[in-house]
Design a protein around this ligand. Sequence first.
Ligand SMILES: N[C@@H](CCC(=O)NCCCC(=O)O)C(=O)O
Length: 260
Amino acid sequence: MARPCVAVATDTIEFAGTEWFATQRQYVMAAARAADVTPLLVPNLGKELDCEAVLDAVDGLLLTGSVSNVYPALYGGEVSPANEPYDPARDATSFALLELALKRGLPLLAICRGLQELNVARGGTLQTEIQSIDGNLDHRAPQSPDRAERFAVKHSIRAAPGSHLAGLIGDEPVMVNSLHRQAIARPGSGIVVEAAAGDGIAEAVSVQDARSFAMGVQWHPEFAAENDPVSQKLFRAFGDDVRAHAARRFPEQEAIQAKA
Ligand SMILES: N[C@@H](CCC(=O)NCCCC(=O)O)C(=O)O
């Protein structure tokens, strides 16, 4: 089967005096190499995006992380300069794609901001500045220009025994990186918390009754997707389900290629 395509969320960013729809290279490379799919970057057109047409062209959705925060009014939170930056065009685009993708049973991998979007899209809420809550770890990245330092592993998480995630990575503690200041407060409808950090912050979720792989992680498996076993397993499982989805959509094509 030809390598199926996956829609990849972008950020709206300012660069060289103009606005771009872009994402970090590491998400794109992880999708291409560790999930073995063809990543297609989706522009943040919000309501102007023909989501049906985009999702007709792909067999999976990858929601990336971002320094921007989901707009708090979307979950009844407080909008404030301290909570910025925001990216309303990304919110509108991701929410529209998410709703439709889940309805279609499309495989979904949601990373960091992506997990937070998934939770809010399902009616859940977020807490902010979690590092200032008594007893919590500091989940923010160290302030460093060195990417390896910013994405270095920081704390452990543990998948709940019997969860989908435990089926993939086991239920022993594993170390993950951490680059966020917000987290799930109240899980949305059908959002199942599958792993937590030592301070109880939700680190992985799945979508109850999803017809395909549908998982969100609060850490960044894309950073070491080619050599870290936990990250490899996540991207591989996502890619496998993307291929299974494509095979269900195009059974004739698979049969022709199997014969060749
Ligand atoms: N802004 C949210 C989501 C965090 C997130 O997706 N971080 C990715 C940062 C990537 C980078 O710094 O290069 C939050 O803070 O919780």
